[in-house]
Design a protein around this ligand. Structure first.
Ligand code: MN
Length: 405
């Protein structure tokens, strides 16, 4: 039985993870849960799943919750880290949003916890450090993302053919064996709600328009990232870190039906793909139960009903965030951290109606151009840059400084 802590249990991935736990009581036990401030839902989860302890990011909300429950309630970032490192836990599901997830992930790894990672900002911000800790501590890091789950399922066949079926993926990455056997990884993207828009149309899109994602139902932040294609850019960087693949070999293709979740072309020109209807429960369950498979009650794929699968090139001019992410990944150092930190601030500013949709890429580009890259940063330097960039971006937005490219 796997003993889980879920960081961000009241969000979209967190609640779906708990659904899977509920449906498989013999496989999973909940040890810890955390929320940012949704203590009402957390209270219900405590009653239903009986964790040992919980964490609440917001200090006041944590104090309120303490009056209502008779388990340990920890607060703030230290509280989240506490839940990520509880003795009894063997696997930490990180479904936090933003670079706030970096520290809990690294502390969990140092405490020999396996990681199921939905918090992509962690790998974008601190990919080299996280992967180094994964190797040093010999834990597994499984992606909770439809694309990376697809890539893993395709690669997995290649690496487990002569080894024990255990998750030794990370050792394989260390030896960088994938670059030799893989020609190309193609990450699919739905294209988001503005796929066929003209630049003029993008100028005045509203928050409501941007939150209206055609195929996936997700949290607000990632839905805006999908509309700008920054989400896809992050996934390119994640692919690089998870599987040790050169950026030149990672491609993005628009696939509006979201049926093929990604593809791997091997050196003999054979391409493997993974298909399913879009439902995050599948990558969540797979990440938690690999190398087994469990039945899952979701809608099944019927290709004659779907009829057509189509593919298009992404429009890098209309969606420059995708280009910024590729560039940031290739330059490396602290640049991906800047990309993410600036993005976090501008996305929430857009959600608060403080800036326009097209200001999102402009401000990110400005912050990257201003930044003096630190090559091979340590964790302290990364967290320092993350904080400073967020403060600077916030200042630009609050003071309504004109954003020029
Ligand atoms: Mn994804």
């Amino acid at each position: 039985m796997k003993k889980l802590s879920i960081l961000g249990s009241t969000g979209s991935i967190g609640t779906q993870t708990l659904d899977i736990v509920k449906n498989n009581p013999d496989e999973f036990k909940i040890v810890g849960l955390t929320t940012n401030k949704n203590i009402e839902l957390l209270k219900k989860q405590i009653i239903e799943f009986k964790p040992e302890a919980v964490g609440v990011m917001d200090n006041e909300k944590a104090d309120l919750l303490k009056k209502d429950v008779d388990i340990n309630v920890y607060s703030g970032i230290d509280g989240i880290i506490k839940i990520a490192t509880l003795n009894e836990v063997d696997t930490v599901v990180n479904s936090l949003v933003g670079s706030i997830g970096v520290k809990p992930t690294i502390e969990a790894i140092k405490n020999k916890k396996n990681i199921a990672l939905a918090n992509k900002e962690t790998l974008v911000t601190a990919g080299s450090i996280v992967m180094e800790e994964v190797r040093k501590n010999n834990v597994s890091l499984m992606p909770i993302d439809s694309e990376h789950s697809a890539i893993f399922q395709c690669l997995n066949k290649e690496i487990n053919n002569d080894s024990n079926i255990n998750n030794n993926l990370n050792n394989e990455i260390k030896n960088n064996e994938y670059n030799d056997v893989v020609n190309k990884i193609t990450i699919t993207a739905s294209g988001g709600p503005f796929k066929d828009y003209l630049k003029e149309q993008l100028e005045n899109v509203t928050v409501k328009d941007a939150l209206n994602h055609p195929t996936w139902n997700m949290g607000n932040k990632i839905t805006i990232d999908s509309a700008t294609l920054m989400n896809k850019g992050f996934e390119v960087i994640e692919t690089h870190w998870l599987y040790g693949i050169d950026y030149e070999k990672i491609k993005v293709v628009i696939h509006p039906q979201s049926i093929i979740h990604s593809m791997v072309e091997f050196k003999d020109s054979s391409t493997l793909a993974q298909l399913s209807l879009p439902d995050m429960k599948l990558p969540i369950q797979y990440a938690l139960i690999y190398p087994k498979r469990l039945s899952l009650n979701i809608k099944k794929l019927n290709l004659t009903e779907i009829k057509n699968l189509s593919f298009e090139k992404p429009n890098f001019e209309l969606f420059p965030c995708l280009k910024y992410a590729y560039d940031a990944g290739k330059i490396g150092g602290t640049i991906p951290c800047v990309l993410n930190a600036a993005n976090e601030i501008v996305v929430y500013a857009f959600l608060d109606n403080k800036i326009k949709f097209l200001d999102i890429p402009k401000l990110i580009d400005k912050m990257i151009k201003q930044h003096n890259v630190i090559k091979n940063p340590d964790l302290t330097q990364i967290l320092d840059v993350d904080k400073k960039i967020k403060e600077e971006a916030q200042k630009i937005i609050e003071n309504k400084i004109e954003i020029t490219q």
